[in-house]
Design a protein around this ligand. Structure first.
Ligand code: FMN
Length: 241
């Protein structure tokens, strides 16, 4: 039997990516995201527009999408609840975010020069994809007050680096899925493809209901008394991812 529910988030389980982008001062920012998919040699990221990363990508047209494996939760936790935006937006403050300029230090990751784009790769990540901006779209343009709060950013993947240990024997251009173990985030917690939980998640310290405004902005489903749709009224602010 199925039941009807109205979760605050629909984070069913996607790979964690760590995006490197160039700040105004020429240093490189790092940020984790899991709103990501690939088709062909295109990558689409879903990012809150108030974050430093999309602002850097839109300004410079470049980034590196690094993929950690399921042993690298420490690096992701070192980036969780941090922003490269000096004046931390109110919504992030309420969720415990702090400004960190040197995210390489906080994550323990090491910069490695890229070949095509300016932002560095994260040396410890088994997969590193150098990317150029193709186009960006505002999401939620159909909801008053929400247009541009979240951006979908379409990237061209222009160079792909993988650890030799991930390559399929006997092939020039294949990754062996028996060897690649992505870090999966499901409902703010970390998992591997083996099904096991991969230790604590700092992001998971944020209550799911902290994200309710974003879901409720659509106001398509009935919600319970604690979170009535009427309270949202199209006024959802930009700080809800
Ligand atoms: C595991 C994990 C997954 C995340 N996924 C997303 C996401 O899909 N989209 C998003 O906008 N933020 C996501 N975040 C939050 C961003 O990392 C956060 O907004 C951060 O402040 C961005 O850094 P920046 O402001 O320096 O770019 C995620 C954080 C973590 C730890």
């Amino acid at each position: 039997m199925h039941s009807t529910i109205n979760p605050a988030i629909l984070y069913w389980g996607t790979p964690v990516a760590i995006v490197s982008s160039e700040n105004e001062d020429g240093t490189f920012n790092l940020a984790p995201t899991t709103s990501v998919f690939w088709l062909g040699h295109r990558c689409v990221l879903g990012l809150a527009a108030e974050s430093k990363t999309p602002q850097n990508i839109l300004r410079t047209g470049q980034c590196v999408v690094n993929l950690p494996d399921d042993t690298q939760t420490g690096a992701v936790n070192g980036l969780a609840k941090t922003t490269g935006t000096e004046t931390v937006p109110p919504g992030k403050i309420s969720r415990g975010y702090t400004f960190v300029h040197d995210k390489w230090a906080s994550s323990g990751l090491t910069p490695q020069a890229s070949q095509v784009v300016r932002p560095s790769r994260a040396r410890e990540c088994p997969v590193q994809m150098e990317c150029e901006l193709a186009t960006a779209h505002e999401m939620w343009t159909d909801v008053p007050g929400m247009a541009g709060v979240i951006l979908s950013i379409e990237l061209r993947v222009v160079r792909i680096h993988v650890l030799d240990g991930l390559r399929m024997d006997g092939y020039e251009n294949r990754v062996d899925p028996d060897k690649w173990r992505p870090l999966i985030m499901s409902f703010q917690e970390f998992y591997g493809l083996d099904g096991g939980k991969k230790g604590p998640s700092r992001l998971g310290e944020i209550g799911e209901e902290e994200y309710r405004m974003l879901a409720a902005a659509d106001a398509k489903q009935p919600v319970d008394d604690k979170h009535p749709v009427e309270e949202v009224d199209g006024k959802a602010g930009p700080e809800h991812v």
